[in-house]
Design a protein around this ligand. Structure first.
Ligand code: SAM
Length: 224
């Protein structure tokens, strides 16, 4: 049986030296998130996109990651950024503390359903009603290499789309409806979708799916 902790070890070792390449779409961000917004970059790694946000003029950005090695690297590479290492939930922020959250190439690194649900749910707590979640991830791919490895690892992980890479990583590609469902279950409604291609950690290209979603009002707050 594999626990979430086993997957996290990769991000403290081999994974912490990788170059991440999953690109932000500044025009899409700009359409939904104003420059003064408080933005959380969850699963920020070494702060690649946190730094890009700051460079685009976003003045209140914070990055959080579970990996101590990646946050240490981020602090070395971007000492001006506000980067926090935090494992587990809740994160140390109030409900609705952020106007927007980024979740970029994180769910693809989280093989388990419950862990994915916990991440989406925590972002549902942290993004204020009316605020925005901007997610980009990797849906199931149609090419032979990916389909072969999905089939090969499906029994071991109990999920079609989860696979191991030769360097010890465990990744997951998702049916698009699963990504939409995770976001909806966390209290968001999808406003926009974009497809395109991205470079992957192993130097290939993959199709990606971007979702921009708005946090719905809390029912409890509406009733109170
Ligand atoms: C491919 S990197 C992307 C980093 C960053 N978002 C970027 O695009 O540059 C995936 C990140 O997810 C983090 N991660 C891995 N497993 C996680 C988990 N179970 N919960 C939260 N974050 C996780 C890793 O530490 C890593 O920083």
């Amino acid at each position: 049986m594999t626990s979430p902790q086993d997957f996290l070890g990769f991000w403290e070792t081999t994974g912490s030296a990788k170059t991440f390449t999953h690109p932000l779409d500044p025009a899409l961000l700009d359409a939904y998130v104003p420059r003064g917004a408080h933005v959380l970059d969850y699963g920020c790694g070494y702060g690649r996109l946190t730094a890009e946000l700051a460079g685009l003029g976003y003045r209140a950005v914070r990055g959080v990651d579970v990996s101590a090695a990646l946050i240490a690297r981020g602090r070395r590479e971007h000492p001006e950024l506000d980067l926090l290492r935090w494992a587990g939930f809740p994160l140390p922020f109030e409900d609705g503390a952020f106007d927007a959250a980024l979740l970029f190439a994180v769910l693809t690194c989280v093989p388990g359903d419950a862990d994915q649900t916990a991440i989406a749910g925590e972002l549902g707590r942290l993004v204020r009603p009316g605020g925005v979640l901007y997610l980009s991830d990797v849906p199931l791919q149609g090419d032979a290499l990916n389909q072969e490895r999905y089939a090969r690892f499906a029994e071991r992980y109990g999920t079609y789309g989860v696979f191991e890479t030769p360097d010890g990583g465990v990744f997951r590609h998702h049916p698009p409806e699963r990504l939409r469902g995770l976001v909806r279950a966390a209290g968001f409604s999808v406003l926009a979708e974009r497809r395109g291609s991205v470079g992957t950690l192993d130097g290939r290209t993959a199709e990606r799916l971007q979702l921009v979603a708005r946090r719905e009002p809390n029912e409890a707050a509406e009733g109170g």
